[in-house]
Design a protein around this ligand. Sequence first.
Ligand code: FAD
Ligand code: FES
Length: 258
Amino acid sequence: MTKIIADHEIVDIRIPANGHLFIVLKSPVDMPTVFPGNFAELHIAKSPEAFLRRPFGILDVDYDKRLISFYVKIVGKGTRELANYKQGEQLNVIYPLGNSFTVSERNKEVLIVGGGSGIATFILLGKSLKQNNVKATYLIGGRAKEDILLTNELKKFGQVLITTEDGSLGEKGFVTDHSIFKSGSFCFDKIYTCGPEPMMKAVGEIAHKHQIDCEVSLENMMACGFGVCLCCVTETKEGNQRVCMEGPVFNTGTLQWF
Ligand SMILES: Cc1cc2nc3c(=O)[nH]c(=O)nc-3n(C[C@H](O)[C@H](O)[C@H](O)COP(=O)(O)OP(=O)(O)OC[C@H]3O[C@@H](n4cnc5c(N)ncnc54)[C@H](O)[C@@H]3O)c2cc1C
Ligand code: FES
């Protein structure tokens, strides 16, 4: 797969809600094909403490305009510094990295479950599912309504269901408490999930119980991002695998989760 490593100009950067950041970058060259689930490594040069690149899922791409966008949850020194960048400044980016979600027209109806930064890959996933005539339902969870982002964009690709822990939007509780799991309309033939690991494990268990194929995108801590340092490995039934190379997308059947 062709990879880009280049300085990109920031053409848009905004904080839609406290702790959340959207960035749009302009590529200096034609962009390689990006598949849903691929990620990029951003060099946050302004933060000497965050000298290692930080991995982020690719939110969206516009090949004609040469734009690539990211959604970032501000959690630490690197992401805090990223929020201080301004339009017109440059960010060095390597992408596309990692594998991608499997999308097949053999699936009729799929469920996509996410929370936190896990939603970042769901637009490209939705586009790909739509192109393959697969019906998608999104189930998005957060602590409160301020954490529920991108719903208008996701609605272009499928129905959007919401849960919040405080009940300020959608059904109250965790995503796995949603009534869709209890109703007769639970008729999905594939589940995709990305978000906090306990959430992904709980979703994976539901899929396992219903014998539904399930793919998760892991967000293990990374250093090099291209297979050398081995700091991102996860245990699978085929031995330890690197999340940055063999992942980040894994079928739950291959993980040592159940
Ligand atoms: C393949 C992949 C895709 C990702 N996609 C996105 C995305 O699209 N949007 C997004 O906001 N985040 C994403 N992440 C997580 C993101 O990389 C981290 O939140 C970021 O690196 C934290 O950098 P920092 O310098 O701000 O945090 P640090 O100061 O390094 O750490 C602050 C806190 O964040 C935790 N942390 C650091 N790295 C990670 C990590 N990889 N996963 C979970 N917690 C972490 C640390 O344990 C610590 O508690 C992704 C991670 C991976 C591996
Ligand atoms: S981050 Fe270095 S091997 Fe995966």
